[in-house]
Ligand binder design. Sequence first.
Ligand code: DP6
Length: 341
Amino acid sequence: MGWSCPSNIALIKYWGKRPVQIPMNPSLSMTLNEARTKTRLEFDYNPANHNPTVGFLFEGKKTPAFEDRIIKFIKSIDTLIPSLAHTTIHIESENTFPHSSGIASSASSMGALALCLVQMEEKIMGPFPPGKFLQKASFIARLGSGSASRSVYPYFAVWGATENWAGSNDEYAFPVKDYHEKFHQLRNTILIVESGKKKISSSTGHSLMDSNPFSNTRFIQARSNLSKLKTVFNEGDWDGFIRLIELEAFTLHAMMMTSQPGFMLMQPGTLSIIEKVREFRNDTGCRIGFTLDAGANVHLLHASADADLADRFITSDLVQFCEDGRIIKDQMGDGPSRIKT
Ligand code: DP6
């Protein structure tokens, strides 16, 4: 069996958590389409086997660092998937995006792994009640990486309890269905300013929020921004959308810079792109804005109706700031899919 699970880009950011993988504020993301992890899992369930093993290959090769993380993770969830105690597992995984693209792969990889494990559990133990399969996958994915909890749903997903969406909670994400047609088929062009490994792990970044003097204000602001985003979604307010996502991007990086020790992930190219995007938007009215992840790369979000205009601008004005001129074109996607084997 196998699953292909997309990555996602947060619009309202998750930054700061408490044990076990509980976010300090609710977050909301857009599910991508092209940037995916494809994971295949074979299993042998034998109630008489009390010492099953887990094997893992990444892109066809043994990768000890990844394998250790996966084995540790699988051990940590054995009370949630009881059949794991008697099941030998072999997992193979690959990403559709280049390894050194600066795109975080934990959301798609932990999403795909969680979907495979939950499907395995279903095959061994019998079907879940309607709607519970993805909920369980999101719950398990969250324990692997918080942002992965959102990747199992199409379009937009919210993770973390908020009074704005009934059913939202801290333990698994929830699909957002109420948004204006102006936000259908949003494009996401990723400008690779810097590829390569992250300088600071997400875990370190999250933990630095514990002592950041602005963290409580930030957590309150994130709730308020999420509430505003709900109104923006209902009204189809494109300008409000841009204002919010850019504010969230700046706040995430402000939190990094004001942590102790502070760190800065933006590069000169990041700032040049941001300046150019704002200038271009003012001059042309193109519906385009930016957000940032935990890195120097810029995620541009643009309306599909303005795709040609945006593409021409990216080629003529922005590609020059990208490492080896690299960009990745992605868009809002309809979530994970089963791999037929
Ligand atoms: C900046 O989900 O990578 O991308 O739970 O420690 O695995 P862990 O963190 P992770 O953090 C993502 C942070 C972010 C914002 C977001 O995706 O909401």
